[in-house]
Design a binder for this molecule. Structure first.
Ligand code: NAG
Ligand code: NAG
Ligand code: NAG
Ligand code: NAG
Ligand code: NAG
Length: 455
C-alpha cells in the first residue's frame, strides 16, 4: 500500500474539520440551555432517559442531583432514589414540590428548598413505571401490571444509570418513596436483593436500605383503620364510624376473595365517604384549607424551554399523574407487599415515616401492619421506647428504632412530609442513613451512656 501524504492545505482542512467535530461533541455534552424559569444553578447534574426495552424503546426518565456539600469522597457518597406514588404519579412532584434542591413556588418559578435531600447525598428522581411523567411506554401493553414487573424495569434502569459515571458503582443506594411507593420501594428493594444473590459481587447493586413515607404497603390491614382513626381524631361521630366500618368490611372481604379490581373500588368508596363526612379540603392533611398545589409542577413542566433544559421529550404533555398507568395498576392496589418488608428487614435497614396529619396512609395505618410483621425482633421493636425527636432544639416528632427497623412520626406534616417539613425531613433522612442521633446503633448508645456514667 502506498501511503498518501496529504497536501498541506488539505491537511489543515482535515484538522479544522476534526476540531469542529470535537467542538460539536463538547457542545453536545455541555449542560443544556437554561431558561429564565430554570436558572443554570437549578439544573440537575444529569437527566434524560434510560432505555428499559431495547426492542420497543420504552424508557425511564430521570433527574439526578449530585450532593451539594458531600462529606465523603463522591465514590462513597450515598445516592437516594425517590419514587413517587399514585399509582401513576410522577417523581417530578418529589423533585419540584417536595425534596429537590429547587421547588416551584406559587408563581410558577423555582426557589431554593430550605431542606433539600441532596445536601450531603446524591438524589435520583425516577418517573416510574414507564408511561408516568416524562417516561415513555412504547405501548400500553408494556406498562407493568404488578410489582415484580415494575421492579424489573427499575433494575434495568438503575444498572444503566450506574454505568453513566465511574463513581456510581461503589456508592450505597437507598430506595425511598412515598404513598403508593409503599409498594414500589419494597418491591424494588426485594428484587435487588434477590438479583444480587444471583450476580457476581462486581455486578451487584449496592443497596444500603429502603425508606417509605406515608406508604400503602399492606392495604387490607390499612383500609381497616380509617373509621377508628377518624373517630378518635374527633372527625366523625359514632354513627358515621359504623358506616365507615361497614364500607371497610366490604373492601376487606373483596380483598380476601381476590376480587382485586372491586376491592380497589371499595377502598376508594371508604376514602370518598370519609372525605364527604368530614368536608375536609383533602385527606392528605386534615389541617389544610386548600389541597397541596402539585399542579404547579405540571404548569412549570408544560414550558418547552424547561423540558429542553431537563432533556425531556418535548412532545410529551406532562401530567402529574397518569390515568392510563393508574388504570393498568388498578388490580394491584390491594395486593400486599408486607412479606417483602419482612425479607428486607432481615437483610437491610428499613425506615417507615409518616406525616402526623395524613388521613390516608398515616401513623395508625402504618402501625397496624407493622404489628403484624413476621420478624423475630418484632416483639422487641414494639416494646422499644418511642423517643422524643428534636431538630435544632424544636420538637420534630418521635423515633422508635430497633435493629434494622426505624419508625418516625413527623409532626406538622401531612402526606407530603418533605413539602411540609423540609428541614426536619432532611435531618431525618441524613441521620437515618448515617446512623446518627436517635438512629445510632443501640450498642454505640449503650457504650456512650456507660462511658458517661463512669465519668
Ligand atoms: C419489549 O418490547 C416488546 C415489544 O413491545 C415486547 O414484546 C417484549 O415483551 C418487551 N420485552 C421486555 C423484556 O419487556
Ligand atoms: C415570583 O417570581 C419572581 C421571579 O420570576 C421572584 O423574584 C419572586 O420573588 C416571586 N414571588 C413570589 C411571591 O414567590
Ligand atoms: C368477585 O369476582 C367474581 C369473578 O371474578 C364475581 O363473579 C363475583 O360477583 C365477585 N364478587 C363480588 C362480591 O363482587
Ligand atoms: C356529601 O354527599 C352528599 C350526597 O351525595 C352531598 O349532598 C354533600 O354535598 C356531600 N358533602 C360534602 C361535604 O361533600
Ligand atoms: C439487619 O440487617 C443486616 C444487614 O444490614 C443483616 O446482616 C442482619 O441479619 C439484620 N438483622 C436482623 C435481626 O434481621
Amino acid at each position: 500500500m502506498v501511503s498518501v501524504v496529504l497536501p498541506f492545505h488539505l491537511h489543515t482542512i482535515t484538522i479544522t474539520i476534526l476540531k469542529l467535530l470535537l467542538f460539536l461533541t463538547i457542545l453536545h455534552h455541555l449542560p443544556p440551555k437554561t431558561t429564565s424559569l430554570l436558572p443554570r444553578e437549578a439544573l440537575p447534574t444529569k437527566s434524560g432517559y434510560l432505555k428499559v426495552n431495547s426492542t420497543s424503546g420504552s424508557s425511564i426518565f430521570y433527574t439526578f442531583y449530585e450532593a451539594q456539600l458531600p462529606t465523603k469522597p463522591l465514590s462513597e457518597t450515598p445516592i437516594l432514589i425517590w419514587l413517587q406514588g399514585g399509582p401513576g404519579c410522577s417523581s417530578m412532584i418529589g423533585n419540584f414540590y417536595e425534596l429537590g434542591p429547587w421547588r416551584v413556588s406559587s408563581n410558577v418559578s423555582v426557589e431554593p428548598n430550605p431542606g433539600p435531600w441532596n445536601r450531603i447525598f446524591g438524589v435520583l428522581f425516577i418517573d416510574n413505571p414507564i408511561g408516568v411523567g416524562f417516561s415513555i411506554a412504547a405501548s400500553p401493553q408494556e406498562i407493568p401490571r404488578n410489582q415484580h414487573d415494575v421492579a424489573r424495569h427499575l433494575f434495568i434502569a438503575i444498572k444503566k444509570f450506574i454505568k453513566l459515571d465511574g463513581s456510581f458503582k461503589t456508592r450505597p443506594i437507598y430506595v425511598t418513596g412515598e404513598s403508593y411507593a409503599g409498594k414500589y420501594v419494597p418491591g424494588f428493594g426485594y428484587y435487588i436483593l434477590r438479583q444480587n444473590a444471583k450476580l457476581p459481587v462486581s455486578s451487584r447493586v449496592n443497596l444500603g436500605g429502603v425508606a417509605i413515607g406515608n406508604g400503602l404497603t399492606d392495604p387490607v390491614t390499612q383500609v381497616a383503620t380509617h373509621a377508628l382513626n377518624a373517630y378518635y381524631s374527633g372527625l366523625v361521630n359514632d354513627k358515621q364510624r359504623k358506616v365507615l366500618e361497614s364500607l371497610q368490611k366490604e373492601a376487606i372481604e373483596l380483598t380476601q376473595n381476590g376480587n382485586w379490581s372491586e376491592a380497589t373500588d371499595a377502598r376508594n368508596r371508604v376514602l370518598r365517604t370519609l372525605q364527604n363526612m368530614t368536608g375536609l379540603a383533602t385527606l392528605y392533611d386534615f389541617r389544610r384549607l386548600v389541597p397541596y398545589q402539585d399542579e404547579l409542577v405540571a404548569e412549570f413542566l408544560a414550558n418547552v424551554e424547561v423540558k429542553k433544559a431537563l432533556g425531556a421529550k418535548e412532545n410529551i404533555v406532562f401530567e402529574t399523574c397518569s390515568d392510563a398507568v393508574g388504570e393498568v395498576l388498578h388490580e394491584d392496589v390491594m395486593k400486599s407487599v408486607r412479606y417483602m418488608v419482612e425479607y428486607l428487614v432481615r437483610n437491610t435497614k428499613v425506615l417507615l415515616y409518616q406525616g402526623h396529619c395524613d388521613l390516608r396512609d398515616g401513623v395508625v395505618s402504618t402501625e397496624a401492619w407493622v404489628k403484624k410483621l413476621k420478624w423475630e425482633r418484632i416483639g422487641e421493636f414494639l416494646e422499644a421506647e418511642r423517643k422524643v425527636w428534636k431538630v435544632n432544639d424544636y420538637l420534630a416528632g418521635y423515633v422508635q428504632k430497633l435493629g434494622n427497623l426505624s419508625h418516625v412520626v413527623v409532626l406538622g406534616a401531612g402526606h407530603l412530609v418533605p413539602t411540609d417539613q423540609a428541614v426536619n425531613s432532611q435531618a431525618m433522612v441524613e441521620d437515618w442513613v448515617l446512623e446518627k442521633g436517635l438512629f445510632a446503633n443501640e450498642q454505640i448508645n449503650k457504650m456512650r451512656s456507660n462511658l458517661r456514667s463512669l465519668l
